[in-house]
Write a protein that binds this ligand. Structure first.
Ligand code: PHE
Length: 343
């Protein structure tokens, strides 16, 4: 009886220390201790060697041992594979602790979503297209024939295996694809990543994000363009921000303009962000060139349209007062964690 008690104590210590971090280890435990040839059954067999007057005592002891082992099995089953750990089990200290930290949206996504929702109020739908483009959709259809000097404005990455393909330099290519579908009127914005072979600095990167917009219908005028962009600026930056248009040149629009807003950092008095001018440029725009409409099979005598394009990085930097564009692609968690909602 004493031997039996000592034996059971030893087994209990062993069982207490047992672990099972997955289904296989749990099953191994069950077979070893609770299976038909397992330890509990085997030790039950010892009953026959116990003196008759001790049988009751031994029965209790063995029964208690059986319950102890079953309880251990149950606690192992509820933990196995759930990430909980019993003492003595190895813990992967490289895993994050509980509660698991919540991720945050990337600031570019926050601002992109905000831009989309503003234009959504005016009835603009989102259109997307491929990042690898052909020459037609990125250039030729946009009134930029081969050897046109304006192609140099956008340093292009060509695909080395097939120079007929390139990484789109703007999402105007998506506008061409949508116009080619021929469904009018058309009112879309095209968010997406674009690529240009530029030296990486605090103000430029070889990839960035744009939102371009396009509205084509009968009798669309430059006044419509201005009102649309005024609405956008007020919604995006508030009522106090001033807006101005400067004449500009883009091959795909005529007339063309660039739009500035009063500097959000200094309020227009002059600082390093606005280069002491009080104004920052945020987008290019204009009336869609008739050649572009004709290239897409749209009757340029019947339809007119406006287009605009902006860099999301620029808008995001102004919104959050971020001074270096490289921060957006470095993925430093200390930077990314600071953004929860649009301002
Ligand atoms: N596609 C031009 C760019 O990437 C922006 C733009 C779009 C300008 C539409 C005018 C009209 O720079």
């Amino acid at each position: 009886m004493e031997q039996l008690a000592a034996q059971i104590e030893q087994y209990k210590t062993e069982i207490s220390a047992a672990t099972a971090s997955n289904k296989e280890e749990l099953e191994a435990f069950r077979i070893k201790y609770l299976g038909t040839k397992g330890l509990v059954k085997t030790i039950m067999g010892e009953m026959k060697n116990v003196a008759p007057d001790k049988k009751k005592e031994a029965g209790q002891l063995l029964n208690e041992f059986k319950i102890f082992t079953e309880q251990k099995f149950e606690s192992l089953s509820s933990n196995a594979g759930t990430g909980s750990f019993t003492p003595g089990q190895t813990i992967d200290t490289s895993l994050p602790g509980y509660p698991l930290p919540l991720g945050a949206r990337h600031p570019i996504s926050i601002i992109q979503n905000k831009i989309i929702s503003i234009f959504h109020k005016l009835g603009f739908a989102v259109a997307e297209g491929p990042e690898i483009e052909d020459d037609w959709h990125n250039f030729s259809a946009l009134n930029l024939p081969e050897n046109h000097p304006a192609r140099d404005m956008q340093d292009t990455f060509y695909i080395s295996q097939n120079p007929a393909w390139l990484l789109r330099t703007h999402t105007s290519s998506v506008q061409i694809r949508e116009m080619e579908k021929g469904k009018l009127p058309l009112r879309i914005i095209c968010p997406g990543r674009v690529y240009r072979n530029e030296t990486i600095s605090a103000r430029a990167h070889c990839f960035f994000n744009q939102v371009e917009g396009l509205y084509i219908a009968e009798n669309v005028s430059f006044a419509d363009l201005k009102q649309t962009l005024y609405f956008f600026v007020k919604e995006m930056f508030g009522n106090d921000v001033k807006v101005r248009f400067r004449p500009s040149y883009f091959p795909f629009t005529e007339p063309s303009a660039e739009m500035d807003i009063s500097c959000l950092i200094c309020g227009g008095t002059g600082c390093s962000v606005c280069k002491k001018t009080g104004w920052v440029e945020i987008l290019g725009c204009g009336m869609v060139h008739p050649n572009v409409l004709d290239n897409c099979g749209i009757d340029s005598n019947k339809y007119t349209g406006f287009a605009f394009g902006m860099g999301i990085e620029r808008i995001t930097m102004l919104s959050y007062q971020i001074k270096d564009l490289r921060l957006f692609s470095e993925n430093d968690i200390r930077f990314l964690n600071q953004f929860t909602t649009a301002l």
